[in-house]
Design a protein. Structure first.
Length: 235
């Protein structure tokens, strides 16, 4: 039986690229996102390129943590052991003190509450198994706050801190945790014209980062990996 990877935010951007990486590695995939049409398109691409890959999709609203809780619990009941979880679901909203309560709530729900809810449930399952890998998508904005995106930076800082704590908590159980912290990645979420897309981090760089982390010896571990965008650092 092939290994199983759950990937959230898998219908586009970083999550979609990472889905291709794990398909290539021979994993069965369970892709979670909100947009059903994008999910089905991602599934079609994967099954076309990797005919032996088993791909299932589930539409989940990450702005509703209770819905995420129900979805992940049902997956654990039906799937049994889970080998890998990648928490890539996230949104970016510019603004700090002028953010509306609705926008602020959505940021916190999607980037923080739903991610931690899903991750906690899978972490408990992996503790019982005695193995597993968890990769959370943070941001360099969570390592050093960025002006004009205060609320977003706060959600990512919380994910970085959560992931670092989880790394230490799960290490005795044979479960690896790493928080990937990229700067500006070339996705539709950052396509605002401020930076030339050719100068941004490529989504494939995140897959390469995963490959690097997973290629290390058993005695090596990476709890947090920062991936800088050179054009930003030159500003």
């Amino acid at each position: 039986m092939s290994k199983v990877a759950i990937i959230t935010g898998a219908s586009r951007g970083i999550g979609k690229t990472i889905s291709h990486y794990f398909a290539q590695e021979g994993y069965s995939l369970l892709l979670l996102a909100l947009n059903t049409e994008n999910l089905e398109q991602a599934k079609a691409e994967l099954t076309s390129q990797y005919p032996s890959c088993l791909v299932d999709t589930m539409s989940v609203d990450f702005n509703n943590p209770s819905q995420v809780d129900i979805a992940i619990k049902s997956i654990i009941r039906e799937r049994g052991d889970i080998d890998v979880m990648v928490n890539s679901a996230g949104i970016l909203a510019a603004g700090n003190t002028n953010l509306s309560l609705a926008n602020l709530s959505e940021l916190v729900n999607v980037n923080l509450l739903s991610t931690i809810t899903a991750c906690n449930l899978v972490a408990e399952k992996m503790k019982q198994q005695g193995y597993g890998e968890i990769y959370n998508l943070g941001s360099t904005a969570g390592l050093a706050p960025v002006p004009k995106i205060a609320a977003y930076s706060a959600t990512k800082a919380a994910i970085v801190s959560y992931s670092q704590s989880l790394y230490h908590e799960l290490l005795p159980f044979g479960v690896k945790v790493c928080c990937l912290c990229p700067s500006v990645v070339d996705t539709d979420m950052t396509n605002d014209g401020r930076i030339d897309n050719n100068l941004k981090i490529e989504t494939q760089d995140l897959a390469k980062a995963l490959q690097f982390i997973r290629s290390l010896s058993a005695g090596a571990a990476v709890s947090t990996l920062s991936i800088r965008c050179s054009v930003i650092d030159l500003e």
